[in-house]
Design a protein around this ligand. Structure first.
Ligand code: BEZ
Ligand code: FE
Length: 289
């Protein structure tokens, strides 16, 4: 373990970890050291470059607060979040696919009755969402907890809407015996991921856009089935092919059908045209279920 060179240091580091008790931790750490060293050799990392990298990671950590998780954002924009999800949640094409959870989910959300208006009175184009939750055979899944949350017409979640007190555009529903749930709200807008930190610097340096396509987040949970963390994107959004967090899947893109105020499922409920989004969510049984 003396006079180590660029040829011998990798095996030397790995040999120091031979006493790792947990075999999975041992496997992860050995692979991490091998890939990290291979990366340093591959790009011939200079001292200045490594110092800049350490500085970026330091500031990423310093930026983290209970409501701002810059490390998860870094994972999101590097595609690691969606890669881990893809490896962990392989589902048949017919089943509803996952997407990123994002930072705006809240445990402290109101539970509402079917078809409640969750917009909190915020301005925007009206949206009616009608969902159904079924199993892989198409049978309704009753009693599923369905969380929904989305941004307003300016791309802000309730926590960032100036003057907004309390929850809006977020709620928990339970599916009825036919697997149905529904709510009224306003159409979400595309919005930028936070760009005022180290992740923003990375995005600028790589000439990448911060804009996420508009979406409605959903989290569907019921014992016996795999939890679905997903979102639906309107098919006419201009940012569908440039999502900075790689969350868009073809199967999660839906048309938002627009109806005149005196037509469709909400006729008479609004004075202006409104969009309708209908979607069936197909759950896979959990491995133990
Ligand atoms: C979101 O969709 O809420 C989101 C996801 C990843 C990073 C930032 C925001
Ligand atoms: Fe979002």
């Amino acid at each position: 373990m003396r006079d180590l060179t660029s040829d011998t240091i990798t095996e030397a580091v790995i040999s120091t970890m031979r006493g790792t008790l947990d075999p999975r931790v041992a496997e992860i750490l050995e692979s991490l050291v091998r890939h990290l060293h291979a990366f340093v050799r591959d790009v011939h990392l200079t001292e200045e470059e490594w110092a800049r990298g350490v500085d970026l990671l330091t500031r990423t950590g310093q930026m983290c607060t209970p409501t701002r998780q810059e490390f998860i954002l870094l994972s999101d924009v590097l595609g690691v979040t969606m890669l881990v999800d893809a490896l962990s949640n392989r589902r048949p094409a017919k089943a509803t696919q996952n997407s990123v959870l994002g930072p705006f989910f809240r445990e402290d959300r109101p539970q509402y009755a079917d078809a409640t208006d969750i917009s909190g009175g915020l301005p925007g184009d009206p949206l009616f969402f009608e969902g159904r939750v079924v199993d892989r055979d198409g049978a309704p899944v009753a009693g599923a907890a369905v969380d929904v949350w989305h941004s307003d017409a300016d791309g802000h979640y309730d926590v960032d809407v100036p003057g907004q007190v309390g929850p809006a555009m977020r709620a928990l529903f339970r599916t009825d015996e036919t697997g149905h749930f529904a709510f009224r709200s306003i159409r979400p807008s595309s919005y930028p991921i936070p760009g005022d930190g180290p992740v923003g610097e990375l995005m600028t340096a790589t000439s990448r856009s911060l804009m996420r396509p508009a979406h409605v987040h959903l989290l569907i949970d019921i014992p016996g089935f795999q939890r679905v963390t997903t979102m639906l994107f309107p098919s006419d959004d201009p940012y569908l092919d440039a999502d900075p967090v790689f969350g868009v899947k073809e199967s999660l893109i839906e048309p938002f059908d627009v109806y005149a105020a005196d037509d469709g499922p909400c006729r008479g409920l609004t004075a202006v045209p409104y969009a309708v989004l209908r979607r069936t969510f197909v759950l896979e049984p959990s491995p133990a279920g």
